[in-house]
Design a protein around this ligand. Structure first.
Ligand SMILES: [Zn+2]
Length: 203
């Protein structure tokens, strides 16, 4: 601990916060002589008033003992801010993908139903074209649903209702799972319990 550096730092923070040695001393219930001793590095503030002093100087105990503003604290704040922003962006992007997936599913069902129904109607007069239309319709259903399931698997995470673990399941688990909407009955990789796992957009 560099007492001189700490002393200079105390003086600097005191001035920044608009205190004189006397007014700071009064706030702390000590003599201005004591404040002067800290600032010249002759003594250190007692542990008993350190927290109060830090509060008045708007610094933390760590900074007081280091004798400088610690930028690492900002780093942490900024890092947290960035994390929140990243999550929001991921959530937005994932929500868009989920919407696209739902749209695709509906479009697939409508298009293939149209093909199958018209195929069935035409089959009476022209069996070959009827069969082709019906097969095409079935193929589109199959491909569309496979693609939608893959998209659902790739976007976001599933959350276990028991232990709240958020995870990406295997493609096989997603395909085989009973589901309603995007909630699927699966086994949790963390607590190993089976349950209905909800789709969530962020980890
Ligand atoms: Zn679990």
């Amino acid at each position: 601990m560099n007492q001189e550096k700490i002393g200079k730092f105390i003086a600097e923070c005191r001035k920044e916060n608009g205190y004189t040695q006397a007014s700071l001393a009064e706030k702390l219930g000590i003599t201005d002589r004591a404040v002067s001793k800290w600032e010249t590095g002759k003594s250190m503030p007692d542990a008993s008033i350190m927290l109060e002093l830090c509060e008045l100087l708007k610094i933390n105990a760590n900074e007081l003992l280091t004798g400088e503003h610690i930028i690492m604290d900002n780093y942490k704040e900024i890092a947290e801010q960035n994390l929140v922003e990243m999550r929001t962006q991921e959530e937005k992007a994932n929500k868009k993908l989920m919407k696209a997936e739902r749209f695709l599913t509906i479009l697939t069902i409508v298009a293939s139903l149209a093909l199958i129904i018209s195929g069935a109607l035409i089959a009476e007069h022209n069996p070959t074209i009827g069969i082709i239309l019906c097969s095409l319709g079935s193929l589109i259903v199959f491909l569309g649903i496979a693609y939608a399931v893959k998209m659902e698997h790739d976007v976001g995470y599933y959350e276990c209702p028991e232990c709240k673990t958020r995870y990406v399941p295997s493609m096989r688990a997603v395909v085989l799972a009973i589901h309603y909407g995007s909630t699927r009955k699966m086994r949790c990789p963390h607590c190993n319990k089976k349950g209905y796992h909800k789709k969530v957009m962020t980890k």
